[in-house]
Write a protein that binds this ligand. Structure first.
Ligand code: ADP
Length: 610
């Protein structure tokens, strides 16, 4: 539903209720007063009956508006906070994956709830919608400037320095961190130390900044120094005394491990070494001079000890609160060294991480307005819309145009994390189904994906980064495959469900929290995190076969409806974020009840191995 239509539907609902019930002020109160009146002991009278009828009518309009893609009316906070997100990525200006999406979308929803929200990210390009604030600060001898935009109620601040702009020049993807995946720029420790220091200074230097009374949200290793510097540098000097820092882990596989020699460039007090110091068994740090080769994995056997710095470790230990992007991932990363990538004990020492499932961008991903969808659709027209999208996708991809063939799509990086090697091994065991893979990544997987069609005319591989194709597959496929070895939250399955496309997922991380077996998707079980296990390829093939048998049955139609009827927007996750940040910054006693009012999409998941 278009934003204007949402507003109109909500306005109609409210107007209808207000005619008969003038005391009812908002759409949300309409629903509440209905609930209260159902159990009430007041005597029946004519105006009360008319009022209830009007309220019921209004509620129906609202419920149907929400089912058609509108989100519930936003509750305003009575307790506004100054919230500062610091992140290496912010969509749509910069993005390599889920991190950019979170810092793009979540702040907008928090601002709608009445908070002052600022995001701070590097300026990687000449963003035409941002202006130079002319404010300059000196960070360890470097002059740093700040660019700014206000979009959807959020202050977007961009840190301007040649180490970002000249190095990246608007290129996105892994270029933000290195020339290619698995190889950091050699000066990344200097780039992101300067970034963190400048970000902290900006909140007091910028005229629209909140000053020192704020709650920071630092994200992943690139901004892990924010809690460390606030706690170990500023607060001992009596500055930022009331500031709090939440630290959110979007992917624990990338920790910011550097050789200890880099410490002198970071210009931090020696006391910070107690949190930064880390010992591992790997003789390498992967940078431009020592890139990670396609087939290389850090060896299983301990060959240390090697002294390193670990930025994520310091962030976890210094933060007031550790967060991550799904409850199941939160328990996984504290469970042991393989899932916690050797930071499990540090997470436990910090009291554990709390997980909040991500929302998704329901404006960019909306089958009712999507320019790549030939016949726009919503939950009421999902079968007609998807049939047209499927035929268009099959024609475009060169697959047989056959509505009766179950079509499985895969979109994502061609890397082991995403389980593409498991899927490719399963392909020879898959019959009576079409499979389309879209992705870029490791050369060896790109080669295999390109040659898929030569093995079977029902298979098609597309090796490119293509937003149009991603949208076409999300709408046109009957099923989306997500065979990840680990997945902190995952967006692909959320996008799929929003389009009535049924996800078939590995039982890991956020996939467990968002896909319910037999209701909104199919589970394949958890996969071997370290190697290609033939049993995992069998599980993929068997689950594809199980899903294909359900295809075109009444149960499949019900699953499609279940998927597309969910509210997957940021509205509910933002309420939970608000509760946690209130708890962190003010010790708010109402926070636990507010958190509990936002259930995780899948409360109790029993993974099924086919
Ligand atoms: P991650 O952040 O781990 O890469 P997510 O599932 O959180 O994985 O997000 C991946 C995002 O990147 C999605 O928005 C997806 O549509 C997009 N994407 C991945 N590969 C491609 C591709 N080849 N073409 C277009 N979009 C892609």
């Amino acid at each position: 539903m278009l934003a204007a239509q949402q507003k109109a539907a909500q306005k109609a609902a409210m107007a209808s209720a207000m005619q008969a019930a003038p005391r009812v002020a908002t759409g949300r109160s309409v629903v509440a007063s209905r609930t209260m009146s159902m159990g009430g002991a007041r005597p029946m009278n004519a105006p009360a009956v008319a009022q209830r009828a009007a309220v019921r009518r209004a509620t129906r309009v609202l419920v149907s508006a929400i089912a058609n893609g509108a989100t519930a009316p936003v509750e305003k906070t009575s307790n506004p906070m100054n919230i500062v997100f610091v992140s290496a990525e912010v969509a749509p200006w910069s993005k390599t994956g889920g991190l950019g999406d979170v810092v793009g979308g979540l702040p907008i929803e928090l601002a709608k709830r009445g908070h002052k929200v600022i995001t701070i990210a590097p300026r990687y390009d000449q963003y035409s919608d941002c202006w130079d604030t002319s404010v300059v600060v000196n960070v360890d001898g470097e002059s740093v400037r700040f660019f700014h935009a206000i979009k959807s109620g959020v202050h977007r601040v961009f840190i301007d320095h040649p180490w970002f702009l000249a190095k990246v020049w608007g290129k996105t993807g892994s270029k933000l961190y290195g020339n290619r995946s698995g190889s950091d720029y050699i000066d990344n420790h200097k780039r992101f130390t300067m970034f963190c220091k400048a970000a902290i200074e900006s909140v007091r230097a910028l005229p629209f900044g909140p000053g020192e009374d704020c709650v920071f949200v630092a994200n992943d290793w690139h901004s892990a120094l924010i809690p460390l510097i606030i706690k170990d540098v500023y607060q001992p000097r009596g500055q930022f005394k009331n500031a709090k820092v939440a630290y959110c882990i979007h992917n624990i596989a990338f920790q910011g491990r550097f050789w200890p020699e880099s410490f002198k460039d970071m210009q931090l007090p020696q006391s910070t070494m107690s949190k930064l110091g880390f010992i591992d068994g790997y003789s390498k740090v992967f940078d431009e001079k020592n890139p990670l080769d396609d087939d290389e994995k850090p060896s299983d056997s301990w060959s240390g000890p090697f002294n390193k710095l670990n930025w994520m470790k310091a962030g976890i230990l210094a933060a007031d609160k550790v967060l991550t992007v799904s409850p199941n991932y939160a328990s996984e990363i504290g469970s042991g060294p393989d899932k916690g990538v050797e930071l499990d004990s540090i997470i436990r020492m910090a009291g554990g991480a709390e997980g909040i499932v991500n929302g998704m961008d329901v404006t960019e991903w909306n089958p009712k307005t999507d320019k790549y969808v030939p016949v726009k659709y919503d939950r009421n027209s999902v079968f007609e819309g998807k049939a047209a999208a499927k035929a268009a996708l099959q024609a475009e991809a060169g697959l047989p145009v056959d509505p009766t063939a179950p079509l499985f799509g895969y979109i994502g990086r061609l890397e082991e994390q995403k389980g593409v090697d498991i899927l490719l091994s399963a392909l020879p065991k898959i019959s009576n189904a079409q499979v389309i893979i879209l992705g870029t990544g490791k050369a060896k997987y790109e080669q295999l994906v390109k040659s898929m069609a030569t093995k079977n005319p029902n298979f098609k591989g597309v090796v490119k980064f293509s937003a149009p194709m991603a949208h076409q597959i999300t709408a046109g496929a009957d099923f989306i495959l997500v065979p990840s070895r680990f997945e902190p939250c995952g967006l692909i399955q959320l996008h799929a469900m929003q389009y009535g496309t049924v996800p078939v997922v590995a039982s890991t991380g956020g996939l467990v929290d968002t896909v319910k077996e037999g209701v909104t998707g199919f589970h394949m079980g958890a996969f071997d995190p370290d190697r290609l296990n033939p049993a995992d390829a069998d599980a993929v093939a068997a689950t594809v076969s199980r899903a294909a048998q359900v295809f075109q049955t009444p149960k499949f139609r019900e699953m499609v409806k279940n998927c597309i009827s969910q509210d997957l927007s940021w509205a509910a996750p933002a309420k939970k974020w608000e509760a946690i940040l209130e708890e962190v910054s003010r010790g708010c006693t109402a926070a636990p009840a507010k958190k509990a009012s936002v259930p995780t999409p899948v409360q109790k998941q029993i993974p099924v191995r086919a």
